[in-house]
Design a protein around this ligand. Structure first.
Ligand SMILES: *Cc1c(COP(=O)(O)O)cnc(C)c1O
Length: 371
């Protein structure tokens, strides 16, 4: 069953107005961070998420940094983040001088566990950042309750969860502030890009202030705080707007891909498929499986065999606390994050992935787990 064609783990798709809008930028010379597409993207994005304000910025990490700056996080503060996430979540906390405190995950969703978060809250805790990992929503009602009870902010790093739904509300519409990434492998892309969203007028103003060097919005070249240049360009926004015009189609396709993987991978001993809880709609940024079979292949062998058959996959993120850069004196039990991290892989998940490719990938996995 050798297949010469290489199947990447992800791949962007441009089937809409991307070229037309980018050419409009060039023709009009509005290629920098002013221009109609920034506002049009922000408005469209806010409407899609179901939120009042959306602020475009240079990438998803900058979006997180802006969200933390807006709520005044700084030296001496603690911010609870999941151990199992992409490093940007923890890095953004470090940029502010605050300390990230790592929380363990749930067994089924692989997301931050509200019960474990509660045990980590101290008098220094100022915020919780939650991450709907690979597109499955977090348990937001419990997390909102926890943050209200302790008078701390809740931020959702929804970089992987555009289009995901929790109890009738889109991911990104529930926390005090939420952030998105439009990196090339994300569900919609602008090359590099990000978005901060909020319903809070005051936080909205602060995000814009920090995004544009800290300039007083009513007085040009008068700076009231040390800000950053985290702007998005009109060209990026032009691509983003065209992508947003197709976002529903992108999500629907990812859900079909997940259905197909599930049908083809169901019942393989020791292979754990991703759950979708009853009150959630998964956005399947990445269809992911765990190799837990003591008889079949282990995770790293699976990655290698798939690669030898022309299929690119990715191991799960390392948990933050095992890497020297984010290692710290946390006594929290993070065993579940360690276990899931060591067993999981992301399978190819992108718009143009074909049914026969899913069957091909699934067949390799089936053979691997029946040795
Ligand atoms: C992609 C991603 C980000 C931010 O990514 P950028 O490359 O800075 O746009 C942040 N958090 C998570 C969980 C991500 O997956």
């Amino acid at each position: 069953m050798k297949n010469k064609e290489f199947i990447p783990v992800s791949k962007p798709v441009f089937i809409g107005n991307e070229k037309i809008y980018v050419n409009n930028c060039l023709d009009s010379t509005w290629i920098s961070s002013n221009g109609e597409y920034i506002e049009r993207l922000e408005r469209k994005f806010a409407e899609y998420i179901g939120i009042k304000h959306a602020i475009a910025c240079s990438n998803g990490t900058a979006a997180l940094h802006l969200a933390l700056l807006a709520i005044g996080i700084g030296r001496g503060d603690e911010v609870i983040v999941p151990a199992l996430t992409f490093v940007a979540t923890a890095n953004a906390v470090e940029y502010t001088g605050a300390k990230p405190v790592f929380a363990d995950c749930q067994d089924d969703t692989w997301n931050i566990d509200p019960h474990k978060v509660e045990k980590l809250i101290t008098s220094r805790t100022k915020a919780i950042v939650v991450v709907p990992l690979y597109g499955h929503p977090c348990e937001m009602d419990s997390l909102v309750k926890l943050s209200r009870k302790n008078n701390i902010y809740l931020i959702e790093d929804a970089a992987e969860a555009i289009g995901a739904i929790y109890r009738g509300r889109k991911c990104g519409s529930i926390a005090d502030l939420s952030t998105f990434s439009f990196y090339g492998n994300k569900t919609i892309t602008t090359g590099e890009g990000g978005m901060v969203v909020t319903n809070n007028d005051g936080l909205h103003k602060k995000v814009r202030l920090f995004k544009t060097q800290g300039m007083d919005p009513n007085r040009r070249y008068w700076f009231t705080t040390v800000g950053y240049n985290y702007r998005m360009t009109n060209i990026q926004a032009a691509i983003g707007l065209a992508q947003m015009e197709n976002v529903d189609k992108f999500i629907e396709k990812r859900r079909q891909i997940a259905e197909s993987y599930r049908a083809n991978l169901f019942g393989i001993p020791g292979l754990t498929l991703p759950v979708e809880r009853d009150d959630c709609t998964h956005s399947y940024w990445m269809y992911s499986v765990l190799f837990e079979n003591e008889f079949g292949a282990d995770r790293d062998a699976a990655i290698k065999t798939l690669y030898d058959h022309g299929v690119e996959t990715r191991p799960f993120f390392y948990p933050m606390h095992i890497m020297p850069v984010h290692k710290q004196n946390s006594h929290a039990d993070l065993k579940l994050s360690e276990k899931i991290s060591s067993k999981g892989i992301n399978l190819p998940t992108f718009f143009e992935l074909k049914e026969k490719q899913i069957k091909y990938i699934s067949q390799i996995i089936r053979e691997l787990n029946s040795k």
